[in-house]
Design a protein around this ligand. Structure first.
Ligand SMILES: N[C@@H](CCC(=O)N[C@@H](CS)C(=O)NCC(=O)O)C(=O)O
Length: 205
């Protein structure tokens, strides 16, 4: 979404969860995605971690900026990005995988998909209890977003890295009916943010 916002063309290489480790480890000493391979002169070969990727993109192509101009607002946008990254990223994964393993099996009933979801649940200890705890975290984050997103942005009066991160991480919840029915405004805003970022909505939106 950051690349789309800055209108930098890119190609996506999707990786299968867990098997992704072979690829990410061979590129850099990391087990997580996203990983950016700039393939440009005078740029690093690999940039890992979304915070670092956005920092790199801001220096590679400063405009349009994802960072607020004002120093206080910049600190707040980076703090929120970090909070969303650490809190709602894993919470959304827990809730989404628990849903896919139960009521959401219809989304992809193939054995391959069920095996991947099963492995992710095992790897991250996802079960009824951890998914319930995660849903409380998500409710808190959504309550925070409802104060800002119904008619504005999270920091100051323009779009920033904080809005982008929240939208990207909460996007998968759209396929869970209890979320899409309860928070229609949230998914309308996420759709608008995809537009701001010149990005298509995920399949089956
Ligand atoms: N702080 C990291 C978090 C990245 C992260 O947790 N990525 C997840 C998928 S969105 C992942 O790759 N998990 C695989 C793992 O932990 O093995 C970032 O923002 O890049």
């Amino acid at each position: 979404m950051a690349l789309g916002y800055k209108q930098i063309s890119y190609q996506v290489e999707n990786l299968t969860p867990l098997l992704h480790i072979w690829r990410t480890k061979s590129l850099s000493n990391t087990t997580t995605v996203p990983v950016l391979l700039p393939k440009q002169k005078n740029c690093p070969a690999v940039v890992t971690d979304s915070t670092e990727i956005i920092k790199f993109l801001e220096s590679y192509q400063p405009q349009p900026s994802l960072y607020p101009d004002n120093a206080l607002q910049l600190a707040e946008a980076i703090r929120l990005e970090d909070y969303f990254d650490e809190s709602i990223g894993t919470a959304a994964r827990n809730v989404y995988c628990q849903f896919r393993a139960n009521e959401g099996k219809y989304i992809d009933p193939s054995w391959m998909s069920r095996a991947v979801i099963g492995m992710i649940r095992w790897r991250y200890g996802i079960n009824v209890k951890s998914a319930e705890m995660a849903s409380v975290k998500l409710a808190d984050a959504i309550a925070l977003l409802s104060e800002f997103w119904q008619d504005g942005f999270l920091v100051g009066d323009r779009f920033s890295v904080a809005d982008l991160t929240a939208a990207a991480l909460l996007c998968p919840l759209k396929s869970i009916p209890s979320y899409s029915l309860k928070y229609p405004w949230l998914f309308d805003r996420i759709a608008e943010i995809h537009q701001i970022c010149n990005e298509p909505l995920p399949k089956n939106w």
